[in-house]
Design a protein around this ligand. Structure first.
Ligand code: ZN
Length: 312
């Protein structure tokens, strides 16, 4: 994906082309957005190079009686294929299928469009939002936030679903993020500093490394579990409530003593492969949580969750 914005000249006729970056628009089809024969806008290109956006970063203006609306044009192979009037945007990135995500100039509004230019995502943040990215196939979108939230928010824009929030593990804010295709889907990689930044050579090289890899899948918002974990006959662990554990803590090795798991199984700890006294140890182990325990314990937000600052 091309990371740096460039400009594009939209023209009504090839005769009007006077620089390399150009695309054609049909003045009869889009008369309002292109009141004159040309218009110069900012632009981003899709990973495969077929789609480009062209967008205005400022409010609609009227100069000498000529009204120029703000909005985003989608260009496919050097021809404008849709025009959507919207808020002034700072960045509008196309995917290989023509879906687009954009961040408002005001750094609070995050919007997404399907390949026809129809609005499919509209979110507003308290913390400043951006950078943003979209998966090359146009399915997933991600936006970062600054403090106090300091997180990555993920969306499935095809399904119009919020997938959740992942707090940034770094003490600074995310400066750049991009999707990477993996065998079973996508992950989002986040960075402290854009790896191609000219600053990168001046700072600790560690800061250009990937900070976090977030799978493009629902993100649980329940990370503060207590209790214990128990592994029996295999590769998954079951959750045991803290109170259940306390009731039998001194009797774990006594035959006949049982533990009720959060998924409703009854387990004799004497026959357990492994007992994690702290659930965090189980989470960090090589074992996966049992899917029934997981669905009962972890919740998945369906609407944006955001860490708020202290209001004065
Ligand atoms: Zn279980």
């Amino acid at each position: 994906m091309r990371h740096h914005p460039d400009h594009i000249e939209l023209v009504a006729d090839e005769e009007l082309v006077y620089e390399d970056n150009w695309a054609l628009f049909d003045q009869e089809e889009y008369p309002d957005f292109f009141p004159e024969d040309t218009r110069s806008l900012r632009s981003y290109t899709s990973e495969d190079g077929h789609y480009r956006t062209a967008f205005a970063t400022r409010e609609s203006t009227t100069i000498d009686g000529v009204h120029e609306p703000t909005g985003i044009c989608l260009i496919k192979d050097e021809k404008v294929v849709s025009v959507t009037e919207t808020i002034p945007v700072d960045k509008a990135i196309p995917a290989n299928d023509g879906s687009v995500v954009a961040i408002g100039r005001d750094a609070t509004k995050f919007i997404g469009f399907d390949p026809t230019g129809k609005l499919v995502l509209e979110e507003e943040f308290e913390s400043n939002a951006g950078p943003i990215t979209i998966s090359p196939n146009g399915r997933f979108a991600a936006v970062t936030t600054a403090f106090p939230d300091n997180a990555v928010h993920l969306y499935d824009i095809n399904q119009r679903e919020y997938l959740g929030r992942k707090e940034n593990p770094s003490t600074t804010v995310v400066k750049f993020l991009e999707f990477e295709q993996v065998t079973d889907g996508y992950v989002v990689n986040t960075y402290d500093i854009h790896p191609e930044s000219s600053l990168a050579s001046d700072v600790d090289p560690g800061r250009t490394e990937i900070i976090d890899r977030i799978p493009a899948a629902p993100i649980s918002n329940s990370l503060e579990l207590d209790g214990a974990g128990i592994v029996v006959e295999g590769e998954t662990w079951h959750h045991i409530k803290k109170e259940t554990m306390e009731d039998v803590s001194s009797d774990l090795r006594i035959p006949g003593v049982t533990l009720d798991t959060s998924c409703g199984r009854v387990i004799e700890p004497l026959h357990a492969d492994l007992i994690f006294q702290e659930v965090q140890q189980a989470r960090q182990s090589q074992y996966e949580i049992c899917s029934d325990c997981k669905s009962g314990l972890l919740s998945y937000p369906t609407e944006k969750v955001e860490k708020q600052g202290h209001k004065p």
